[in-house]
Design a protein around this ligand. Structure first.
Ligand SMILES: *Cc1c(COP(=O)(O)O)cnc(C)c1O
Length: 381
C-alpha cells in the first residue's frame, strides 16, 4: 500500500492511559461509559472500542442504532447505549443486537415493547431527562406520566436514568448545581415501586473532571478519553491526559523565492524578503480549513513555522526560511507534538474559530488513520 500524503495517527497507548487516569477519578463502583459516537470523535469507533474493551471498559455509548450494530458486529460485548434512541424501523435491530436506546417520549414505549415481546426478549432503556440542556429529554412535568407508562410497558425496563449538563465548562457552577438538584428531584417518580436498579448518570467529561458529587453510578466521558480538556479548564481536576490524535503530512516541494512575491490565491501574503516556502499536500478538503489562512503554525524539525497565503483545496504553504536543512519528504505535524513543541486540537480550534470536538471529527473523519499500539511498536493502517 502506498503511503498517504497526509494522515492522522491514533495513539492507542494514550487512549489506554487516559481511560486509566479517568478511572482514578472515580470512586469504587462508579462505572465508566466510553462515548464512542460519531466514529469515536473521528478516531475510528471499532479500533477505539476494541482498545477500551481490552482495558476493561464494559459500557459504550453511540449516537445511533447503526453505530451500535457496527460495534456488535465487531464483537464488542457489554452495554451499548444509543443516545438518539431508536426509530420505528430500528427497533428490531435494538432487540437483535441487545442495544440500550435512550428514551425521551412516551410514544416510543409501545413500539419498543412490541419488538421485545415478538422476540421474547427484554429491552433495557436509558430514560433521558432534560434538566436544563434544552435539547433531548422529558421535561420534569412529563416524568410522572412517563413513569406510569413505563411501569405498564411489557418487556421494557429502565437500566439507566440520565441527563446532560449544559454549562459545566462555565466558570460559574450555579446552573450545573441546579441541574443536579433537578435530576435528583426528577428520578424519584421513576424509582418508585421498582426492584431492579437503574443506573443514574449525568456527567460528561467536564462534569467528571469538575464535580465530584455529580458522578452518580456512571459517567459518560468522550472528549477526555481522546486526551483533550473540555474548555480551558482552570477549574477542572488536574488529570494527566494525552492527546490521542495527531495530524501529519510530508513536504511536497521546497521553493526559494524572492522578496515581494505574492503567495497563493488572492496574494494575501507577499514575501517581505527572499524566502523558502515549503508546499504541503494538505488543504481544506482534508479538514485543514481555509479559515487557517495566514493564521496557523505547523511543526517542522521540532520548530514552529508560520502558514502563509490562502489554504487551498489540497495545498498549503509554510515558511521554512529559518530552517535551511528541510527537504521534500520531511514530516510536518499539523496537529500534535514534535519534541518540546505542540499544536493541540484546542490551538487549531482557536485558529479555526471552533472547538476541539469539531477538529477531531473533521480531521479524523476525512483522513486515513494509522494506529500506533505503543507497546509492540507495531502499526496498522
Ligand atoms: C457527547 C455526549 C457525551 C460526551 O461528552 P464529552 O463532552 O465529549 O465528554 C456525554 N453524554 C451525552 C448525552 C452526549 O451527547
Amino acid at each position: 500500500m502506498s503511503r498517504p500524503a497526509r494522515w492522522v495517527e491514533i495513539d492507542l497507548a494514550a487512549l489506554r492511559d487516559n481511560v486509566r487516569a479517568l478511572r482514578r477519578c472515580l470512586p469504587p463502583g462508579t462505572e465508566l461509559m466510553a462515548v464512542v459516537k460519531s466514529d469515536a470523535y473521528g478516531h475510528g469507533m471499532v479500533p477505539v472500542a476494541r482498545c477500551l474493551a481490552a482495558h476493561g471498559v464494559t459500557a459504550f455509548a453511540v449516537a445511533d442504532v447503526g453505530e451500535g450494530v457496527a460495534l456488535r458486529q465487531a464483537e464488542i460485548a457489554g452495554r451499548i447505549a444509543v443516545f438518539l434512541g431508536a426509530g420505528n424501523e430500528e427497533v428490531d435491530d435494538v432487540v437483535r443486537f441487545d442495544l440500550e436506546p435512550v428514551v425521551f417520549d412516551r410514544r416510543q414505549l409501545p413500539i419498543l415493547s412490541r419488538a421485545a415481546c415478538r422476540a421474547g426478549k427484554q429491552i433495557g432503556v436509558h430514560v433521558k431527562i432534560d434538566t436544563g440542556m434544552g435539547r433531548i429529554g422529558l421535561l420534569p412535568d412529563e416524568i410522572a406520566e412517563f413513569a406510569v407508562s413505563l411501569a405498564r410497558t411489557a418487556n421494557v425496563y429502565p437500566v439507566g436514568i440520565m441527563s446532560h449538563l449544559a454549562t459545566a465548562d462555565d466558570p460559574d457552577p450555579e446552573f450545573s448545581l441546579l441541574q443536579r438538584r433537578r435530576f435528583i428531584e426528577a428520578i424519584r417518580p421513576l424509582l418508585v415501586g421498582r426492584n431492579e436498579k437503574s443506573m443514574l448518570h449525568l456527567s460528561h467529561s467536564a462534569g467528571l473532571l469538575r464535580f465530584p458529587d455529580m458522578l452518580f453510578d456512571m459517567v459518560r466521558p468522550g472528549l477526555a478519553l481522546y486526551g483533550c480538556r473540555p474548555a480551558d479548564a482552570t477549574w477542572a481536576r488536574a488529570v494527566a491526559l494525552r492527546p490521542v490524535m495527531s495530524f501529519k503530512t510530508r513536504i511536497l516541494q521546497i521553493r526559494e523565492i524572492g522578496a515581494g512575491v505574492g503567495v497563493s490565491y488572492g496574494h494575501t501574503y507577499v514575501t517581505p524578503a527572499p524566502s523558502r516556502l515549503a508546499v504541503l499536500p494538505v488543504g481544506y478538503n482534508d479538514g485543514y480549513l481555509r479559515a487557517l489562512s495566514n493564521r496557523a503554525e505547523v511543526l517542522v524539525q521540532g520548530r514552529r513555522v508560520r502558514q502563509r497565503g490562502r489554504v487551498c483545496m489540497n495545498v498549503t504553504m509554510v515558511d521554512v526560511t529559518a530552517l535551511p536543512g528541510v527537504s521534500p519528504g520531511d514530516e510536518v505535524t499539523l496537529m500534535g507534538r514534535q519534541g518540546d513543541e505542540e499544536i493541540s486540537a484546542d490551538t487549531l480550534a482557536g485558529w479555526m474559530g471552533t472547538i476541539s470536538y469539531e477538529i477531531l471529527c473533521l480531521v479524523g473523519g476525512r483522513n486515513s488513520r494509522v494506529y500506533l499500539s505503543g507497546s509492540s511498536g507495531e502499526n496498522e493502517v
